[in-house]
Ligand binder design. Structure first.
Ligand code: 26V
Length: 766
């Protein structure tokens, strides 16, 4: 490790490119001997050098008000290129290495830090980038998992999971803070939390502090795996330990820093600190904060709760009931008895407060932080936090009208919306240098710092259409080449590219896309679909290891891919590929090369989506439902420049009310042929019963769900028609390129620079 900056956060630093350090950095870089070194060695050496210069000149300002982001996931991806870009030296490093005969792309073999599952963790990473990039003091806290999100292999069409040992390449971007360790106490063990700090470079340098659990073998398990299987009691308790572990370590850190700077009078804590809880996992931090204040600093319970109410803010990221954190009293008692007592005390105070507000018993029950031996962590967050936000307009409306309806009636001012965003630096500038250069040509390079400038492209879309087609073709060729090499496919690089890449979940309806492809395939075979522009469907997804139905969907897609790709009659027109081990680095290539972004969740289920925004920035049109942030995407880029289909909220509500009978839809022969392929022997699930289970889930219902709980069959025909409409609009035409450019031109709103500014202005620093 080359760098050893001050043992505190990396704050108050200006962009390296603006300082003299850059020259010194380049001189040292020039001196690096490359001959005979492995990629890993070079990677570590160059990264250490960037750390040394990037983290220099750190001044700590203890009087500054800071926001802390608590998140159990950070889906960072690759740091190397991004950090060099943020430091303003990526092109220099590329040139210096090229002179030495080293292609900078060799570092692509260094694996991603995948300390997250999907959108929630990636959002956390985008927010850190945007805060540093725009000069907002925001530090992240989380867990330094030994193994990140599993690596996916596909064997005979089935997902197989392998451990993701991301640290085997070294971890040059982290600094272990040996002298800032802290002890975390559970009833049955004490665990040492060791902080590892990662700088987040930008206009200023912020810190992502990830804790590693050390001590006994049992203790170390806490930071071993991201998302331990929670289908056993042991797994559930481990998850609770993880939540408490990092929340408690972070609270401890913030309290210590506060006391050091301001003394043990906590009444001003919230003047210097605001804590944003990323979903329900870290909500336990509220109880820990009260525990620390009352037991270690003699603050009364009432005062501690009051301070907590001024300090914490909560973001909800899903309305799926199964994903909302609830803990049984026995579980909490067993490992965290003090926390259990504290939440019960909060519950007594809440009860008193709500009775005083003349709430009915039902209303009190709905909002209760503790009821019938269960702690409801979302309710705890809503009760204590000063701000509660959803992540897209529709999602926030659903929070207000359904999930937290009663709380909204009593505490309307807490509720607000913060539509998600993505960092345009990684998701445009870095992943699509060709498009970035094209934009510079048409509108200047100001958009790189201030994304609102991209709006200037609106007046130039006709003019830029031909250039854009060249850029898109370049990115598509790169993508297809990469896929063919990695997946062993032979896809032509001039096909229309439709892509659905995201976690695998029934509500996201990858199954509906699979059926739609089958219908198109059948139509091409029997001649009912003619003049079809050659197209490829790209899927990328990981399924939770214990989520059987999601795994069956992966197998089904792979069965379809094998059949369609192997059919000589149609395979010049239609190809399907399921890319293995989809991750951030794969996403960077796919969003740049795709023409059509498939965002087809059942309305009301996808809180926001962020992949939709990445595609938009790279000029893919959205083919999607009026769900999550899709609504806001088309509101800005125009419905005429995107492809919206499917049942709207009111229609779904109506079907739910009047009774939905999906079996009736099977009377349509096209739907029937597609759906029956699950059970008529067209495909094999290798005797697992997975396909029959999928079929049953659509026709008779499975688990606790109604038949076709996600309305796949309702939306299937409109979906197929929309895919075909896109196909006929495309045909290599200028007007399609103009639609794509309109999406880019109107994507400023979806930069997380905008989102983070809203958090800062409305919640953190107002
Ligand atoms: C997790 C699980 C796990 C158990 C099975 C059911 C289920 C359903 C949903 C989830 C998601 C948990 C939270 C999450 O990742 N939300 C995602 O957050 C993104 C960032 O705000 C947002 O764009 C996605 O729409 C949302 O799904």
């Amino acid at each position: 490790m080359g760098a050893n900056p001050a043992s505190d956060n990396f704050i108050n630093h200006t962009k390296m490119g603006e300082k003299m350090d850059r020259d010194k950095f380049l001189i040292e870089l020039n001196g690096i001997e490359t001959d005979g070194k492995t990629v890993t060695e070079l990677y570590n050496e160059i990264s250490a050098l960037a750390m040394k210069y990037g983290c220099a000149d750190i001044k700590v300002n203890r009087n500054e008000r800071r926001a802390s982001y608590f998140s159990i996931e950070y889906l960072i991806g690759r740091s190397f290129y991004n950090n060099l870009m943020e430091l303003g030296v990526l092109d220099d490093v590329k040139a210096v290495l090229a002179e030495k005969g080293v292609d900078i792309n060799i570092f692509e073999e260094i694996e991603d830090a995948a300390l997250g599952n999907g959108g929630l963790g990636r959002l956390a990473a985008c927010f850190l980038d945007s805060a540093a990039g725009t000069g907002i003091p925001l530090d992240g806290y989380g867990i330094r998992y030994k193994y990140g999100l599993f690596k996916q292999k596909i064997e005979s069409g089935f997902q197989v999971e392998l451990p993701d040992d991301w640290q085997r390449f070294g971890d040059p971007w982290s600094i272990r803070r040996e002298n800032e360790k802290t002890e975390i106490k559970f009833a049955d063990m004490t665990v040492t939390a060791v902080p590892y700090d990662m700088p987040v470079f930008g206009k200023r340098v912020n810190t992502l502090r990830l804790y590693q659990a050390e001590g006994s073998k049992e203790a170390e398990k806490i930071s071993e795996y991201l998302y331990p299987a929670d289908d056993t009691e042991e797994g559930k308790l481990l998850r609770l330990r993880q939540e408490y572990f990092f929340s408690a370590a972070a609270i401890n850190d913030l309290c210590k820093r506060y006391v050091k700077a301001h003394g043990p009078q906590f009444k001003n804590f919230d003047k210097f600190n605001v804590i944003q809880l990323n979903d329900t996992h870290p909500v336990i931090a509220i109880a820990e904060f009260i525990r620390v204040l009352t037991s270690e600093y003699n603050v009364t319970f009432t005062s501690a709760l009051k301070i907590a109410k001024r300090t914490f803010a909560y973001t909800n990221h899903t309305v799926m009931p199964e994903a909302l954190e609830c803990w049984k009293e026995e579980q909490m008692e067993k490992i965290l008895p003090d926390i259990s007592d504290i939440i019960k005390c909060i519950s007594v105070i809440q009860d008193r407060e709500l009775n005083g507000m003349l709430c009915s018993d039902e209303e009190i029950a709905e909002m209760a932080v503790y009821k019938h031996g269960v702690f409801n962590m979302a309710n705890l967050a809503v009760y204590v936090c000063k701000s509660v936000n959803g992540v897209a307009k529709l999602h926030t409306e659903i929070l207000k009208s359904e999930l937290f309806k009663t709380a909204y009636e009593y505490y309307p001012k807490k509720f607000n919306n913060k539509t998600n965003g993505v960092t345009h630096r990684r998701w445009l500038e870095l992943c699509n240098g060709e498009l970035a250069a094209m934009l510079d040509k048409y509108i200047g390079n100001g958009w790189r710092r201030d994304m609102t400038e991209i709006g200037e492209l609106n007046g130039k879309t006709e003019q830029a259409a031909a250039d854009f087609q060249v850029v898109k073709q370049t990115k598509k060729s790169q993508l297809i080449k990469y896929i063919n090499e990695r997946e062993g496919t032979d896809i032509a690089d001039n096909m229309l590219v439709y892509a659905q890449v995201k976690r695998l979940h029934e509500y996201k309806r990858q199954l509906m896309t699979a059926f739609a492809i089958l219908e198109i395939y059948n139509g091409l075979k029997d001649g009912t679909i003619r003049d079809f522009y050659p197209s490829v469907f790209i899927f990328g997804a990981k399924s939770a290891p214990s989520y059987k139905r999601a795994k069956a969907i992966i197998k089904f897609i792979n069965e379809i891919a094998a059949k369609v790709n192997g059919d000589k009659q149609t395979n010049k027109l239609l190809k399907v590929v399921f890319v293995t081990d989809y991750n951030v680095s794969y996403a960077e290539k796919i969003v740049a090369g795709a023409d059509v972004s498939l965002q087809v969740s059942t309305v009301g289920t996808e809180a926001s989506g962020t992949g939709n925004m990445k595609f938009m920035m790279n000029g893919a049109v959205t083919c999607g439902t009026m769900d999550g942030a899709n609504i806001e995407i088309v509101e800005r880029a125009g419905e005429e420049n995107n492809y919206i289909f499917g049942a709207r909220v009111e229609e779904i509500e109506k079907l739910n009310k009047e009774g939905y009978e999906p079996v009736k839809l099977l009377e349509d022969p096209a739907i029937k042929a597609a759906v029956n392929s699950l059970i008529d022997g067209t495909f094999t699930d290798g005797g697992t019963g997975g396909f029959k289970d999928l079929y049953d889930s659509l026709t008779i219902g499975a688990s606790w769900h109604k038949p076709d709980n996600y309305f796949v069959l309702t939306d299937l025909q409109p979906y197929v028609q929309t895919l075909l409409k896109i196909n006929s609009d495309y045909k290599g035409s200028n007007s399609f390129a103009v639609k794509q450019l309109k999406n880019i031109a109107n994507s400023a709103y979806f930069s997380s620079d905008r989102t983070i500014k809203e958090y800062a202005d409305d919640i953190w620093f107002k």
